[in-house]
Design a binder for this molecule. Sequence first.
Ligand SMILES: Cc1cc2nc3c(=O)[nH]c(=O)nc-3n(C[C@H](O)[C@H](O)[C@H](O)COP(=O)(O)O)c2cc1C
Length: 277
Amino acid sequence: MKTIADLIRDRFGLPTEAGRSLPAEGTVAEILSHRIHRRYKPDAVSDETLEIVLAAALSAPAKSDLQQVAVVVVRDKTNQATIAGWIPDMPWIGQCPVFLVFCGDHRRMRRVAELRAKPYVNDTLDMFMNAAVDAALVMQNFVTAAEAMGLGCCPISVVRDHVEKLSDLLALPAGVFPVAGMCLGYPAQAGWISMRLPPALTVHTDRYDDSKMPALVEDYDRRREARHATPRESQRLPDRWGYAERYGWSEDKARQYSVPQRHSFGPYIRRQGFGLA
Ligand SMILES: Cc1cc2nc3c(=O)[nH]c(=O)nc-3n(C[C@H](O)[C@H](O)[C@H](O)COP(=O)(O)O)c2cc1C
């Protein structure tokens, strides 16, 4: 019998006895089995299915019940193709049967304040974060619900590289900002489990302690590469950093952020009317 412990081992590449007596079934098993899908069958996703997945997504908890999220379903295939055209190295954006954009929505609260003739005196970074977190929680529920219905997803934060054009295309007003796009469709392949950092690094007891970080990351790199070795041609920025003999997650992420990324997002958010006090 496949157990929850087996799924946890698959997720972290580490053995555990937690969940040894529990069959690999139900919500926790589905969450542990999560994987991104970037290839989809051409089969359409029905309106009914999409409505169910969105309803489940919108059942996420929300800070102070403010519900600061807006989801744009990109029904217009020309618009989807336009977005996909901006990001040619991610063809799944254009190929997925349904593409959506999850946004933080601070505009609604400001309008509610106007409707009720109250001053709105909280144009803070915290309010921006609340909206971003609300949108992220809805996104995560969307992924979980979609997977439970046999669908597959891929969030797309790279849309934020094109945030001005995207805002124009989707008519996002001041106070509304994209958190990520989302590809949705029926998976064409089984996909694979992406190994996570060990809980010894991400879960702390009583006080934060990352003193073992270098060794834990080293071990993680090794475990992860043993399962899915990064092909030499996938090493990032070889012109700048050369080809590493031992490439791993940490080398990849350090290279990823060795070049500026999305420095226009902060100014965009301010132009969208956030004071971020
Ligand atoms: C907020 C967010 C943004 C993401 N953006 C992209 C993206 O732009 N393109 C992409 O192909 N995958 C994207 N992903 C997918 C991640 O690469 C993927 O979740 C990660 O590699 C872990 O794999 P797993 O989800 O299968 O466990 C994104 C995921 C999240 C949560």
